[in-house]
Design a protein around this ligand. Sequence first.
Ligand code: SF4
Length: 340
Amino acid sequence: MPIITRTADSVESEDWRQILASAFRRPDELLNWLGIPRSDVALQTDNQPDFPMLVPRPYARLMEARADDPLLLQVLPLQEERQTREGYIADPLGEQAANATPGIIHKYHGRLLLLAASGCAVNCRYCFRRHFPYSENRLSRAEWQQALDYVRADHNISEIILSGGDPLLLQDEDLARLINQCEAIPHVRRLRIHSRLPVVIPQRLTPELTDMLSASRLQASIVLHINHPRELSEEHRQRLQSLKNSGITLLNQSVILRKINNNISVLSELSERLFEFGVLPYYLHLLDPVKGAHHFDVDQREAVDLHRQMQAQLPGYLVPKLAREIAGLPNKALIHLDRD
Ligand code: SF4
């Protein structure tokens, strides 16, 4: 295989769709581009994983050329994912039971998830939806109406959360149409977008997207998913600040992951850097025990200890809530400092 060097794609399109189309899809290709010899990868990579590899180039550019780079390890398929472990299952959050109607996951009072897209711009190896049956949730026009009828019929729903996959994979015109339909439901007051796309392709945060969200009658927020301070670059700064200046609330949720961020200096720096970029730390999640991701899991005691250290080092508004999702509970389970 020819070696493709890091400099080969230094001139990049500004169009996020073209950037996504050129994403890395094979471990060898990514490792060659980073200049990491295969012999350096202590753990065996998997060239034909069930959950395919997908790594956009802007994200790869944030990696360092070493096999234990915490950004690389989040996205590199390893043979270890094929090992089964007791307690790690395909649907750890019982989402298929909460899949009220195609396209909707309704677990919590007053808000629900609309599965607006069935894929992501990056495939995180620890993803709790890596086995989710997206093909059964790809909606026809009639099914979209059915999903919106479900929201219309439940007057308790004041917030719609666009999720996926990644809802920012929708083209702007489709996203605008969906937002209009949500706005037309009188009892809906807020729109939340859960997305990792801007982290891996910051060019997705276009002025058009900012205008669309700030013009909505719904109070809009974006919950990003950033696990490591090096995932935020100068490329993100201005784009996030322009969203914030337009009145969009920016929050972040992270997952605590072994060998990625289970370290007090990394977690503290992440909170500091998020705030510097206009984003408030919101949740720090324990890993959902999904099949294929056991090697990322951090023991709850260790997580509580790290959280306690964050509390000691940071002002309260920079300490995310430590939480775990438990299938069937009507809310996230907060893990308190005095209870481990
Ligand atoms: S972006 Fe989110 S939903 Fe998509 S693979 Fe990563 S963790 Fe899963």
